[in-house]
Design a protein around this ligand. Structure first.
Ligand SMILES: [Zn+2]
Length: 239
């Protein structure tokens, strides 16, 4: 990923995870001029459709649509992302290199083992990156904030982001993964059996939007409570 200062580093297990879970928010932030990086941990070589090379080109195209500054891949084995010190340090090195203020991780409860491992690895990597004496290159850096994408049915939500203006581009970013979601019923249904990925994303975003009075929204969770100095100044829209 190189030595580059980012505002946000979004970490995911597979190419297309970021687009599906928080692509609208990424686009919203890049629209505002924020520097966003994406770190995919695997190349998706275990996926039923397409090759790792095809997915690589598709991920590049999706990154372009979302306006991200950089995208890297750790090339950990797909469907076998292990929570170990070696992997934590690999991610910690990227955090030190890119010095993000905020890190986006997958929610901490997951059905797919790679998603869970990524959440655990990312959390520990944020801590390790801040240690002075760790045997890694660069100055210590600890992100100020970790937020979790929480777009799955059973996850908790702490806040929602209005992505109404970004939603069409989010769909385009996911559609860049032609080998996965090329419009034929069989390939569009691989995300979850019997569910069209674009319909799923639209229904989910509409549902979250409905909760907060906008057309489309994405859901996030945080683990800690928020300290507010002046409740009147809270940047929250009420409906
Ligand atoms: Zn995934």
């Amino acid at each position: 990923m190189g030595d580059i200062k980012l505002d946000v580093l979004a970490i995911a297990a597979h190419r297309d995870d970021i687009e599906i879970t928080c692509g609208g928010t990424i686009i919203k932030l890049t629209d505002k001029g924020k520097r966003i990086g994406i770190l995919d941990l695997t190349e998706g070589e275990m996926g039923t459709k397409g090759t790792a090379e095809e997915r690589g080109a598709e991920a590049k195209e999706a990154a372009k649509i979302m306006g991200v500054t950089c995208r890297a891949n750790l090339r950990l084995p797909d469907a076998a992302v292990e929570v170990n010190q070696e992997n934590k340090l690999k991610i910690a090195q990227v955090i030190k290199d890119t010095r993000p203020d905020m890190v986006i991780l997958p929610y901490w409860v997951q059905r797919h083992p790679d998603h869970l491992s990524t959440s655990l690895l990312g959390y520990d990597a944020c801590f390790l990156a801040g240690l002075k004496k760790l045997d890694l290159e660069g100055e210590p850096h600890r992100p100020r904030k970790i937020i979790y994408t929480s777009s799955f049915r059973d996850s908790q939500h702490s806040f929602f982001v209005d992505v109404t203006e970004q939603f069409e581009r989010k769909l385009k970013a996911v559609a860049a993964y032609k080998s996965q979601f090329d419009g034929t019923p069989s390939s569009r249904e691989i995300y979850r059996p019997g569910v069209d990925i674009f319909e799923y994303m639209t229904i989910t975003a509409r549902h979250y939007g409905h909760k907060v009075g906008v057309k489309y929204a994405e859901a996030f969770a945080i683990k800690e409570s928020i300290l507010i100095d002046d409740p009147c100044e809270m940047p929250v829209r009420s409906i």
